[in-house]
Design a protein around this ligand. Structure first.
Ligand code: BES
Ligand code: MN
Ligand code: ZN
Length: 492
């Protein structure tokens, strides 16, 4: 799928598929007499009335120079002729769905005066490209018969000359997020027997190959042992697959600029370990490396955009399995920080791999550290699948992440890290217990991590509810790549 930006007049050239936006007062995103007549005719028929997200497909419209016309409803315009962001997003979501099934080879999207109250033209184009690419994503690498490829090969985004520069910027960002999100989704969707810690390490090396700004280093179990990562290694102890600590360093700015560090939970399959999970739905625990996948996806986008920043990505990759060497409930281990941990439940393994990664990243003297993890079922209960749970020890960083979530549409919601919750992690046998009881499970997990992240500004994203969908649409969502990329772009 290729996108281009151009200026053109509707009706001047023959389009295989012309897409126009129409608001409820009947005004279209282009001015054309014959089109206006057609719009009033369909409004009269009542088949289409311009509600946000509504679509109407017309084949071979007489008097218009196109094979197919797709009308997309924009909803109501305000006194300044503008529509809201939400209306626009509804419209382009429908557009993306229609583009997926159209039999046209190319499409022309007339985006001329879709005027959004709060966002610029770059954002509009970016969202459009992102949504179209997102809806065209397929995962059929493991199927013998592949699904029919999407017919549309080229999409022209038509705008005025004055809008072109912004449109080009948005197009570039949208494309880059498209490839980062798609990498993230692929990694998430591959099953545990393909996507192992070793596989994630190979993918990281592949990203760095041929890119001078990006370097990759893999720490093996023996290296982690030397570093004293007793907590991380207690998780991989029960598995035949070796754990990997993956490190990607992107240098886009001066050496003196402190890096932003992203840390991903990379449990490539979470059985729960000796605290074995129940069987139903356990297949979905192949998605327990979606934090890692989103961090790698973000790096993919970052190198495509070549942002002038220093960014380090760390992936703590392991399986959580219950073999004869597995960690047992009640075992006490020593983390890299020196703190001892009583492992009361081996299914609370995400925090055990992350805490050592959080200590490890102190060496980078980070400007900020953000960890991303499918950490708790409790977060899914609290926020469902719409918002990522966000925790931070810095109000400024929290505000930046919330803002990035709002702009990108990849939303996060801040949760409390109050000291009161810390007492739930008391242990009679070690410095800290790895679980905090039934109450506030997502918060106590974050509180656990906070104890290892006190040397820098830190945020934790619990993506247990947002990283994948269940049921008929089962699959990785690519979240929170858009949020992270937006956060990084805002840093430039
Ligand atoms: N990977 C899971 C969290 C999870 C569960 C994400 C279901 C999405 C859906 C994590 O490792 C886990 O098992 N957490 C436990 C923690 C508990 C033992 C304190 C949980 O949430 O039940
Ligand atoms: Mn678990
Ligand atoms: Zn897990």
């Amino acid at each position: 799928m290729k996108f281009i930006v151009k200026s053109a007049t509707f009706g001047k050239q023959k389009d295989a598929l012309a897409v126009i936006f129409v608001s409820i007062d009947g005004t279209a995103s282009v001015t054309n007499k014959a089109l206006d007549q057609l719009i009033s005719a369909v409004f009269k028929l009542g088949d289409f009335n311009g509600l946000a997200g509504q679509t109407l497909n017309i084949s071979c419209p007489e008097s218009l120079n196109c094979d197919r016309l797709l009308m997309i409803g924009l909803g109501k315009r305000n006194a300044q002729e503008q529509v809201t962001e939400v209306q626009y997003l509804k419209a382009i979501q429908s557009l993306a769905t229609s583009c997926k099934v159209s039999s046209a080879k190319d499409a022309c999207i007339y985006l001329n005066n879709t005027n959004i109250d709060t966002r610029d033209y770059s954002w509009q184009t970016q969202q459009l490209v992102e949504k179209v690419l997102y809806s065209q994503y397929r995962f059929d690498q493991l199927k013998s018969s592949k699904s029919k490829p999407v017919s549309i090969k080229k999409i022209s985004v038509v705008c005025t000359r004055a809008q072109q520069k912004q449109a080009m910027t948005g197009l570039k960002i949208g494309n880059a997020i498209g490839s980062g999100s798609s990498l993230c989704r692929d990694l998430g969707n591959f099953p545990g027997n393909v996507c192992t810690p070793t596989y994630l390490a190979k993918e990281a090396k592949r990203l760095a190959r041929g890119n001078k700004q990006l370097s990759c280093k893999i720490l093996e179990e023996k290296d982690m042992k030397t570093l004293g990562m007793g907590s991380l290694l207690s998780v991989s102890a029960g598995s035949d697959e070796p754990a990997k600590l993956i490190q990607l360093e992107y240098k886009g700015a001066a050496k003196s600029q402190q890096p932003i560090v992203l840390v991903g939970k990379g449990i490539t399959f979470d059985t729960g370990g000796i605290s074995l999970k129940p069987g139903g739905g356990m297949d979905e625990m192949k998605f327990d490396m979606c934090g890692a996948a989103s961090v790698l996806g973000t790096m993919q986008t970052l190198i495509e955009l070549a942002l002038p920043l220093n960014v380090v990505a760390i992936v703590a990759a392991s399986e959580n399995m219950p073999n004869g060497n597995a960690t047992k409930p009640g075992d006490v281990v020593t983390s890299m920080s020196g703190k001892t941990i009583e492992i009361l439940n081996t299914d609370a393994e995400g925090r055990l791999v992350l805490c050592d990664a959080l200590t490890y990243v102190e060496r980078f003297k980070p400007a900020a550290v953000i960890d991303v993890a499918t950490l708790t079922g409790a977060c899914v209960i609290a926020l469902g699948k719409h918002a990522t749970g966000m925790y931070s020890n810095s109000d400024a960083l929290a505000a930046e992440l919330l803002d990035a979530g709002t702009i990108s549409g990849d939303k996060a919601w801040r949760m409390p890290l109050w000291d009161e919750y810390q007492q739930q992690l008391k242990s009679n046998f070690a410095d800290i217990a790895n679980i905090g009881g039934r109450e506030a499970g997502s918060i106590t997990a974050a509180c656990f991590l906070a104890r290892f992240a006190d040397k820098y500004d830190w945020a934790h994203l619990d993506i247990a509810g947002t990283a994948w969908l269940s049921g008929g649409q089962k699959g990785s969502t690519g979240r929170p790549v858009s949020l992270l990329v937006q956060y990084l772009m805002n840093k430039v």
